[in-house]
Write a new protein. Structure first.
Length: 58
Protein backbone atom coordinates (compact mmCIF):
# COMPACT_ATOMS: atom_id res chain seq x y z
CA UNK A 1 0.00 0.00 0.00
CA UNK A 2 1.07 3.53 -0.53
CA UNK A 3 1.83 5.86 2.34
CA UNK A 4 -0.92 8.22 1.16
CA UNK A 5 -3.46 5.46 1.72
CA UNK A 6 -2.63 5.23 5.42
CA UNK A 7 -2.64 9.01 5.79
CA UNK A 8 -6.07 9.21 4.19
CA UNK A 9 -7.37 6.37 6.36
CA UNK A 10 -6.06 7.95 9.55
CA UNK A 11 -7.61 11.31 8.71
CA UNK A 12 -10.92 9.72 7.72
CA UNK A 13 -11.10 7.86 11.02
CA UNK A 14 -10.16 10.98 12.99
CA UNK A 15 -12.76 13.07 11.18
CA UNK A 16 -15.43 10.41 11.73
CA UNK A 17 -14.48 10.10 15.42
CA UNK A 18 -13.85 6.37 15.02
CA UNK A 19 -10.43 6.04 16.60
CA UNK A 20 -11.57 6.61 20.17
CA UNK A 21 -14.33 4.03 19.90
CA UNK A 22 -12.23 1.37 18.19
CA UNK A 23 -8.70 1.94 19.47
CA UNK A 24 -8.61 4.53 22.25
CA UNK A 25 -5.79 6.62 20.74
CA UNK A 26 -4.15 7.04 17.36
CA UNK A 27 -1.03 5.41 18.85
CA UNK A 28 -3.09 2.32 19.72
CA UNK A 29 -4.38 2.35 16.15
CA UNK A 30 -0.79 2.46 14.87
CA UNK A 31 0.12 -0.58 17.00
CA UNK A 32 -2.92 -2.50 15.71
CA UNK A 33 -2.11 -1.63 12.10
CA UNK A 34 1.44 -2.88 12.66
CA UNK A 35 0.00 -6.22 13.80
CA UNK A 36 -2.43 -6.44 10.88
CA UNK A 37 -0.01 -5.28 8.18
CA UNK A 38 3.54 -6.15 9.31
CA UNK A 39 4.95 -5.65 5.81
CA UNK A 40 3.80 -2.01 5.88
CA UNK A 41 5.27 -1.09 9.27
CA UNK A 42 7.44 1.69 7.85
CA UNK A 43 4.60 3.18 5.80
CA UNK A 44 2.27 3.07 8.80
CA UNK A 45 4.86 4.70 11.05
CA UNK A 46 5.49 7.46 8.51
CA UNK A 47 1.75 8.10 8.08
CA UNK A 48 1.23 8.13 11.85
CA UNK A 49 4.09 10.59 12.35
CA UNK A 50 2.77 12.92 9.65
CA UNK A 51 -0.81 12.91 10.95
CA UNK A 52 0.37 13.28 14.56
CA UNK A 53 2.54 16.29 13.65
CA UNK A 54 -0.40 17.91 11.86
CA UNK A 55 -2.72 17.31 14.83
CA UNK A 56 -0.25 18.56 17.41
CA UNK A 57 1.08 21.36 15.24
CA UNK A 58 4.75 20.45 15.45
Amino acid sequence: MENNHYIEELWAMIMNNQIVHQYGTIYDMKKELHKQFPADKELIATAYDRVHRELVGK
